[in-house]
Design a protein around this ligand. Structure first.
Ligand SMILES: *[C@@H]1O[C@H](CO)[C@@H](O)[C@H](O)[C@H]1NC(C)=O
Ligand SMILES: *[C@@H]1O[C@H](CO)[C@@H](O)[C@H](O)[C@H]1NC(C)=O
Ligand SMILES: *[C@@H]1O[C@H](CO)[C@@H](O)[C@H](O)[C@H]1NC(C)=O
Length: 481
């Protein structure tokens, strides 16, 4: 297919223009401040643990004290026992990324000291409390070549304004004479180590987590969804918006989609943590991909007819309406093959989602297991409406059939009044085809969610050419053994 079919489909000016500028996302994930706050809580808990792993190197040096002489000192085995980050917030830096600011953090450190003054040597332990620690971290978001999100620290600064130390031991008093100098060095070292640890945590924890976003998702044997980022995540004053391709494709042969997404504007809602903007493009590529994969074919045989339906799928039933049938194929089982000559087109309006599928129904007489005789070909057009919901991280749907119209495209069994088959076809489609489709749609299609995320409080809102799903998020931390 590819360019050729695109060119063929490019029948209208609007469509051609759309094809030449295929940059709009088919799917948008919007994370609101409430969503960032929730993510922030979990992030800070991780960072608090990581910061206690900061390794502070030994500190040693000489210090000259007036009237006393040169003191050689050593601080060793510095151990960060705890790091608390009680006040912090995350904010959006429009068009730059995110900023995490932490204030009034505090930590405690203990270790050993050792001094040498002339021939006097002594050692002991100390407790150190670091207070009023301010940390500012800027996070830059991007995308890699596979369309996965990336996250890194673009800037980090730490400022420590108070250090309290208590040296215990016989010569502990000596430290009090020059502890400011030691404190200064300690402060500088800790400030840079904190930022190193932040950068490291972002690199080893946050970035791999962000990359669990499934940018391509094989959803069944035939079709996958492409959720690759089409641009780096964009911070605005209200939200972080992530534009995704949002396109279904046939696994067997992916071909260019002969239509393009319209610009996708989400309403300015912000009550939920996350919103998913789903363009009609996304849903129509589903239809296109399943059609291309040859999956929109459905066969009905007599064994599938529900017990309470009295129309058996045999020529005896149909000969009441098609007189030729009984003469040509007396009392012969039949089969209906339903297929779509073109992918059904879905439209979304503020009232909801609807489609007007055209279905070909080819009837056959089953003469033997490998010999079918074609009887007639009908075309069925109908109005179908759909409800959309979210269940277990999937978009689920359910179709309801409206009025249907039959026409005869071809007959191998003489002329007949198509109208007379209407109620039988209604029953076959509503009691066999529809429940089958609804079962598949009820399993749904996965939303683009990173690992261990569950959605709740979901809402669905329709607007022209797109729908919006809103949800709150629950993150299940990995059980650590
Ligand atoms: C969506 O599903 C929820 C629970 O799963 C249900 O309460 C709600 O009524 C459903 N909404 C629609 C529009 O079917
Ligand atoms: C789906 O729609 C059909 C009517 O077409 C209805 O009978 C069925 O209960 C609906 N199923 C769900 C899960 O809403
Ligand atoms: C489907 O709906 C459209 C407009 O809502 C209407 O014009 C058309 O006749 C309907 N088709 C059938 C088969 O009911």
């Amino acid at each position: 297919m590819g360019a050729q079919s695109a060119a063929v489909a490019c029948g209208t000016l609007a469509l051609c223009l759309a094809l030449s500028a295929a940059t709009n996302p088919g799917f948008v994930v919007r994370i609101t401040q409430a969503g960032l706050d929730y993510a922030h809580q979990h992030g800070i808990a991780v960072l608090e643990k990581e910061l206690t792993k900061v390794k502070v190197p030994d500190i040693s040096g000489d210090f000259r004290i007036r009237h006393v002489g040169k003191v050689h000192y050593e601080l060793s085995r510095l151990d960060l026992r705890s790091f608390h980050l009680p006040y912090s917030r995350i904010s959006l830096l429009p068009s730059l990324g995110l900023q995490v600011s932490i204030s009034n953090a505090f930590a405690s450190v203990d270790g050993n000291w050792r001094v040498k003054l002339y021939f006097i040597r002594d050692h002991g332990s100390f407790d150190l409390r670091v207070e009023n620690v301010y940390i500012k971290i800027n996070l830059k978001l991007g995308k890699d070549s596979s369309g996965k999100p990336t996250i890194s620290t673009s800037d980090c600064s730490t400022h420590i304004s108070k250090v309290w130390v208590h040296f215990s031991g016989k010569l502990g008093w000596l430290y009090n004479l020059f502890y400011r100098a030691v404190e200064q060095r300690f402060r500088k070292i800790l400030e840079s180590k904190v930022c190193d640890m932040v950068a490291n945590s972002v690199h080893t924890e946050l970035q791999p987590y962000a990359q669990t976003l499934p940018v391509t998702s094989k959803i069944d044997d035939m079709v996958g969804i492409d959720y690759a980022l089409v641009a780096p995540p964009a911070a605005t004053a209200q939200s972080l918006d992530v534009d995704l391709k949002g396109e279904f494709y046939s696994l067997a042969h992916r071909s260019a989609v002969p239509f393009s997404p319209l610009p996708l504007a989400l309403p300015p809602d912000h009550d939920h943590m996350v919103y998913f903007g789903v363009s009609s493009y996304f849903l129509n590529t589903a239809s296109f991909a399943y059609h291309t994969a040859g999956a929109l074919v459905f066969e009905i045989t007599d064994s599938m007819i529900p017990k309470d339906v009295e129309f058996h799928l045999t020529t005896s039933t149909f000969s009441a309406f098609i007189p030729e049938l009984e003469k040509m194929y007396p009392n012969t089982p039949m089969k209906l093959r339903l297929s779509t000559p073109s992918p059904p087109f879905l439209s979304i309006t503020p009232e909801g989602l609807s489609l007007r599928p055209v279905v070909d129904i080819q009837a056959y007489a089953i003469l033997s297991s490998d010999h079918l005789a074609p009887l007639f070909l009908l075309s069925l057009t109908g109005n179908v409406s759909a409800v959309i919901n979210v269940s277990s991280g999937h978009i689920v749907g359910n179709l309801t059939m409206g009025r249907m119209k039959l026409s005869l495209k071809h007959s191998d069994v003489g002329t007949f009044q198509v109208r007379t088959l209407q109620s039988m076809m209604n029953i076959y489609t509503s009691s066999i085809l529809l429940p089958n489709l609804n079962e598949r749609l009820g399993q749904g299609f996965p939303l683009p969610l990173p690992d261990r995320i569950k959605l709740h409080n979901t809402i669905v809102r329709f607007q022209q050419d797109s729908l919006m799903l809103g949800a709150d998020v629950h993150y299940e931390p990995r059980a650590r053994s």
